[in-house]
Design a protein around this ligand. Structure first.
Ligand SMILES: NC(=O)c1ccc[n+]([C@@H]2O[C@H](COP(=O)([O-])OP(=O)(O)OC[C@H]3O[C@@H](n4cnc5c(N)ncnc54)[C@H](O)[C@@H]3O)[C@@H](O)[C@H]2O)c1
Length: 423
């Protein structure tokens, strides 16, 4: 076994653990990580923390030989227990959306490198606090945005970066999740939540990272009545609009439509479509209809789907006989592990801080570069909360004369400052 190691851990072992972290840890356990810059690095899943421990033990039963020895902590203090493992290098946080911040804070305070699921956090004050802790403790704090690694989105960004597609004007994106997500999968934490924060954030990051610019305005509306009460705080679907301004003073508007009440017999796992219009071009993308249509008697579209995304996270028998699970959803986690391996093992201990700041400069995944995305999420959360309490149609302006994030409600003379410093 290699002398160089990365000891990883998980907080939360739900759906996304099973889809992406589990295959990452299993692949890395089997093959290690190799790069000329850091050599051969052994990766272990050392510890896990979950609410009840049921999923941790279910995984232990099926984990490959050599991976069954992780320490499992449960209950209220599970994260503190996990962080007592002094040898730990990094912690992946995959708890429900509104439980990232508290866990991430503990991880950074303990001086461990952090990889947190999207949406990183729900409030700009929280992102400030986490960025400060990461800096003070000299650790990485990274967010998972796998859509940036989707080859189609990489191509979009390459065309924008190379100025072949010039000046985005407008865009629309839609991501519709099946009912089983809101019905059974998230039943423990669905109350008071919305599909916008859960999935629009993928597209907010794509837009923010690909086109740059300054976020100016956020508006949002949505529908209720299926997952929860029609007047309650739990949303079925959400429509959000973002206005950005670019260096030349021109603007672009983006509409992002999300839901988690699509019928379960929809032909794909999720519906995902985008259009971006430029001064000199147009990009139309459909992540579900990438060319495959599959029908299997008595299996599609429930047990198997008709239009399958083999790029995100597919299971295959490779041409050389091995079974594999691969795709950009797993690649994004491996990329984080490679960045960390470079920091830790890519040179002498004396130059580790230089490597750390080099990796902290990656704006695609560093928490410090997630401020506009968190601002859009923060605004969305507040607009929906006010709508549910009888004050709909709020508009949040970013960096105006009253503050960094300011809510304007129809009929209210006084704006409400949600975040005072500049975003
Ligand atoms: N990258 C993606 O495309 C993608 C896809 C799905 C989910 N996610 C994100 O991943 C996160 C988890 O989603 P999921 O689908 O796996 O949810 P899930 O409900 O299936 O699983 C949540 C897990 O967190 C654990 N948990 C809950 N509260 C905890 C706490 N306080 N301390 C420790 N463990 C706790 C639960 O025991 C469970 O194991 C969410 O933030 C979600 O937005 C990302």
């Amino acid at each position: 076994m290699s002398q160089k190691q990365l000891r990883g851990s998980m907080v939360g072992m739900g759906m996304i653990f099973d889809e992406t972290y589990r295959p990452f840890f299993e692949n890395a356990h089997h093959e290690g990580l190799f790069d000329r810059r850091f050599g051969d690095v052994d990766v272990q899943l050392t510890a896990v923390a979950t609410r009840t421990g049921t999923r941790a033990e279910a995984y232990r039963d099926i984990a490959p030989d050599g991976m069954k020895n992780f320490v499992s902590s449960t209950g209220e203090d599970s994260v503190q227990e996990l962080l007592k493992q002094s040898e730990l290098d990094f912690v992946c946080v995959a708890t429900p959306d509104d439980r990232h911040y508290e866990v991430a804070k503990e991880v950074l305070k303990a001086g461990k490198h952090l990889l947190v699921e999207k949406p990183s956090v729900l409030d700009l004050h929280q992102v400030d606090e986490l960025a400060k802790l990461a800096k003070e403790n000299n650790v990485l704090s990274k967010v998972v945005y796998h859509k940036l690694l989707d080859p189609d989105h990489k191509k979009l960004r390459t065309l924008v970066h190379d100025n072949i597609l010039q000046h985005v004007n407008t865009g629309y994106c839609t991501l519709l999740e099946p009912k089983l997500i809101s019905g059974s999968q998230f039943s423990e934490w669905i109350t008071g939540r919305n599909p916008g924060t859960y999935v629009a954030v993928h597209y907010i990051k794509l837009i923010d990272f690909t086109f740059g610019g300054k976020l100016k305005t956020v508006t949002a509306t949505g529908q209720r009545g299926l997952v929860g009460d029609k007047d309650g705080t739990t949303w079925d679907s959400v429509q959000q609009r973002l206005i950005y301004e670019y260096d030349d003073g021109r603007e672009a508007a983006f509409d992002i439509h999300t839901s988690w009440v699509t019928p379960d017999n929809f032909p794909g796992y999720v519906e995902q479509e985008v259009q971006f219009r430029f001064d000199n071009g147009i990009w139309n993308g459909h992540s579900r209809k990438r060319g495959v249509e599959l029908t299997v008697e008595e299996k599609t579209p429930f047990e198997m789907k008709q239009s399958i995304n083999n790029h995100y996270n597919g299971t295959f028998v490779e041409p050389w006989g091995a079974r594999s699970q691969r795709g950009y959803g797993i690649e994004v986690i491996e990329r984080f592990a490679r960045e960390l391996a470079y920091v830790k093992h890519g040179g002498s201990a004396e130059t580790e801080l230089d490597r750390l700041s080099e990796i902290q400069r990656f704006s695609y995944n560093d928490l410090s570069a997630d401020r506009q995305v968190v601002a859009a999420v923060h605004a969305l959360e507040v607009i929906l909360e006010r709508a549910a309490s009888g004050a709909p149609d709020g508009v949040v302006r970013v960096n105006d004369e009253n503050g960094g994030l300011v809510l304007y409600l129809p009929g209210c003379a006084e704006p409400e400052v949600l975040y005072q410093p500049a975003v």
